[in-house]
Design a protein. Structure first.
Length: 400
């Protein structure tokens, strides 16, 4: 009877709320990306300086990824995710209100910590929910994340000249924080609980003694998602500064990227039925990276007076990037969870501990390549080549 009373969330409701937790969360964390050009201008930084500063979120993310899996296992999803929802909301509220690089740095590290903690918590809950909810897949949930990203990118492009960034992102931070809190409260009966028995705890020292690096999965994931990270950081800046379009149109390549990503992720189940997952990953890596490089090269050859044509070809380039990147993260996370005996929250966290320092270094490499070469296009060939290299890691996700 006690079990019946506690399980008051129907599978359909849980399915819808989990999708909303991914989509609404994405609307906040990606809302400021199309407005990076004005943030960069407000801080008065060069491409190299801004790229390095924005990458500092990796410091908070690494610490969070290393510890949050243990915290979820020990205290349960609810306490961890609620604390980090509010930290994330406060950090976004203040980061868009400062012109100080120091305050920006503090808020950015807090964002890195809280978003990674949210990511681990919600993925751990999703793996747990897949035992109860029919047709729930990580690819579909990541597709909802992409849909939230697309929505906020379109809105940002439309209102960039109408509403200041402090009102836009700050207001959204308040609304999203309250909305996510309400959803988590509604899911309380089915949220992963803390381990109640001492012998079931995962001691903190276990994070060190059980730490294992799955090099195939970690290396493949890093190569697979880095172009996605760079698109978020640089697509709007590329369109505004290299092509010379308006602030509103500068968000368009990112919008196209997200549409392509959503299409790929929501088609994942259909593709899985027709083709083996490792073959699909290999094909998407080659087409995505190769198509991006081809149309990026075409874009930079177009004369400056033909802005619309250059914008079109850049959108095609980022469309290839979005489709190529679409299945990568959910597929590698699912494979990592399948290949490990540790709790899913710990697995996700350990993967992040390996990848986040690498992401920080690579982001800095891209930023300073753009600074010293004077060409953001040259810098963006780095993540494109990494996406192509993902093909060499595809056998790591092969299902037995």
């Amino acid at each position: 009877m006690r079990s019946f009373k506690m399980n008051t969330v129907k599978p359909k409701t849980e399915f819808n709320l989990l999708q909303a937790l991914f989509g609404v969360y994405a609307m906040l964390i990606m809302s400021w990306i199309p407005r990076f050009p004005e943030i960069k201008a407000n801080l008065g930084l060069s491409n190299g300086q801004f790229g390095t500063l924005i990458s500092t979120g990796s410091f908070g993310a690494v610490a969070s990824l290393f510890l949050t899996g243990h915290m979820v296992h020990k205290y349960g999803v609810k306490r961890v995710i609620l604390a980090n929802i509010w930290l994330m909301g406060f950090a976004y509220f203040f980061i868009v209100r400062t012109e100080s690089s120091g305050i920006f740095l503090i808020c950015n590290i807090a964002i890195g910590w809280s978003t990674s903690a949210y990511h681990i918590s919600i993925n751990a809950q999703s793996f747990n929910a897949m035992e109860r909810v029919k047709d729930l897949t990580i690819a579909r949930l990541h597709g909802m994340w992409a849909l939230g990203t697309l929505t906020t990118a379109i809105i940002s492009g439309l209102i960039v000249n109408l509403i200041t960034i402090s009102w836009h992102v700050g207001g959204l931070a308040v609304v999203v924080t309250l909305a996510l809190t309400a959803m988590v409260q509604r899911l309380t009966p089915v949220l992963v609980k803390a381990n109640e028995h001492d012998d079931a705890h995962l001691p903190l020292k276990t994070l060190f003694t059980s730490f294992r690096v799955d090099w195939l999965i970690s290396g493949g994931l890093l190569c697979a998602v880095f172009l996605e990270f760079c698109t978020g950081d640089w697509s709007a800046i590329f369109a505004k500064e290299r092509i010379g379009v308006s602030s509103g149109l500068a968000a368009l390549p990112y919008v196209v990227f997200m549409i392509a990503m959503i299409t790929g992720r929501l088609s994942a189940s259909t593709l899985a039925k027709r083709f083996r997952v490792h073959n699909t990953i290999r094909l998407f890596a080659l087409l995505g990276g190769g198509g991006f490089l081809t149309f990026l090269t075409i874009t930079v050859q177009i004369p400056a007076e033909h802005k619309n044509l250059a914008l079109l070809t850049s959108c095609v380039a980022f469309g290839f990037a979005g489709m190529g990147s679409s299945l990568m993260a959910p597929t590698f996370y699912t494979a990592a969870n399948r290949r490990s005996s540790l709790p899913s929250a710990v697995v996700v966290g350990q993967m992040g501990v390996i990848n986040m320092p690498s992401v920080f270094i690579l982001k800095a490499v891209v930023a300073w390549t753009a600074q010293f070469s004077g060409s953001l296009a040259i810098a963006l060939t780095i993540p494109a080549l990494m996406l192509i290299a993902t093909a060499f890691f595809a056998h790591a996700v092969k299902e037995e």
